[in-house]
Structure formats: C-alpha cells, structure tokens
Design a protein around this ligand. Structure first.
Ligand code: SF4
Length: 247
C-alpha cells in the first residue's frame, strides 16, 4: 500500500494485486479448467503421464486454448454489447425528437452509410440514420456472409483472413460458437479452437467495437485531441473529488 493510502486506509488496485501474490501457478499458466462439474482439473504437462490430462481427456494445449478463447469471447461480448446499445441509441435519435440525442456528424453518417450500402442522396439525416442503425443491428444475429466493416481493412489483410476462413459472419454468431466449441466434449483440438478465437476477435475489432466507435462519432461528433490531466493526478487535495467511471 502506498504511504498516502496507508495513512488514509484507502485501498487501490495495486494493493489488492500485491495481496494476491504468490499467484497460483496453474492459474497463471492457464492450466486450471473449470468448464464442467467433473473438475476443476489441474494439469501438469511436465509431470508423470497420469497428470497430463483432465478427467475428460483434455490436454494442456486444449485447456490453455479453451481458457484463452473464452476470455476472448467475453471481451468480444462486452465490447459488442456496447456497440449494440449505441446502435439502439442511434435508432432512437433518428426516430424521436424528445430522445435527448441527435445526429451531430452528418459527414460521418454518410461515410458509414456508404460502407453499409445504405443510400443517402436526397434523404434526411434521420432517414439515413434509421437505416444505418437497422442495418448495423442486423450484423449481430447474421448467420452467413461477412460483416460489412471488414471491407475497411487493407485488401491484403482481408485476403489472408478469407484464406484462413476467419472473416466473421455475424457478431453474436461467433461468440456463441466460441462458447459452444470450448464446452466439455465438443472441440478438443487447440488449433481449431484458436482459429475460431481469431474469428471471434475479428468480430470485435471489425464488428462490435467498430460499430460503437463509428456510431458514437455520428451521435456525438468526431473526437479531436485536447490537453488534459489524467490518472490519479486529477485528484485535488483541497476539493471534494467526484469521479464518474464508465466503460
Ligand atoms: S472440461 Fe475436462 S478438464 Fe475441464 S473441468 Fe471438465 S473434465 Fe476437467
């Protein structure tokens, strides 16, 4: 605990992190599996043979890949659900004058519309925004094809992804498949699991997260750099410090 905090009794993330040491070696290496109630299983790949597999037969490679893949799936779910809520907010802004939201960046709206093949000539910004929001919301439950923002990546990169078969079909689609594949008794091959983990991660970067970023620009305006104070330096000794945190 820092000197200041030990004086005041305040506890920070660093204090709690110190208290977790020494950390569990199985957990640190991703070798603890809790995917089903036959476990938890702890694997020691360098031990004698009988300790090298979980109860279901999963190897160290499978367990590490499953744990990592499930972390990816939860991160993609969190980012993408944010994107979903932003899309719903754009839809409300487009259809309700009393929503408190408005379309601030029409130029960005048209750029996004173009990527989504939504026509914009001669239409009101509300009309365009409504179709953009509806088109984006369809990307979550889409079962086949490719998410449209993938076209914004460099062409050579798109070609690599297509060759590997990792272009996401739909955002929720890939998250669900990731959880399904990593369930006990489904996909035991760490290579398959990691290939789908890449597809799931792309559903975030070029799907959910990009939807959130692009649509927030439309709603709140394109951000520009400003100078500001950050981190604990914002706290003032002589003021009541109220910090709002959101993610
Ligand atoms: S999925 Fe396999 S390794 Fe994981 S807890 Fe169940 S039995 Fe153990």
């Amino acid at each position: 605990m820092s000197d200041h905090n030990s004086d005041t009794g305040l506890e920070t993330i660093w204090d709690r992190s110190d208290l977790q040491k020494p950390r569990c070696k199985f957990g640190e290496q991703g070798l603890c599996c809790q995917e089903c109630f036959m476990g938890p299983c702890r694997i020691n790949p360098s031990s004698e043979k009988k300790f090298r597999r979980g109860v279901c037969g999963a190897t160290a490679e499978t367990i590490v890949a499953r744990n990592f893949a499930r972390m990816i799936a939860s991160g993609v779910a969190a980012h993408s659900d944010h994107g979903r809520q932003v899309a719903k907010t754009l839809l409300i802004a487009a259809t309700s004058r009393d929503s408190g939201y408005s379309i601030k960046d029409v130029s960005k709206l048209k750029k996004v519309a173009q990527v989504l093949a939504v026509p914009f000539d001669g239409r009101s910004k509300e009309d365009i925004a409504l179709e953009v929001a509806e088109t984006v919301l369809e990307q979550f439950g889409r079962q086949e094809g490719e998410i449209p923002f993938i076209k914004l990546a460099p062409e050579s990169r798109q070609a690599v992804w297509r060759k590997l078969g990792v272009v996401p079909r739909g955002i929720d689609r890939e998250i669900v498949e990731m959880i399904h594949r990593t369930t006990m008794g489904v996909d035991q091959d760490y290579r398959n699991i990691l290939v789908h983990a890449a597809r799931t991660a792309l559903a975030d970067g070029w799907g959910g997260s990009m939807i959130a970023t692009e649509l927030q620009d439309i709603l709140f305006g394109n951000p520009s750099p400003i100078r500001g104070e950050v981190n604990l330096g914002v706290l003032s000794e002589n003021d009541v410090n109220i910090i709002l945190h959101g993610h």
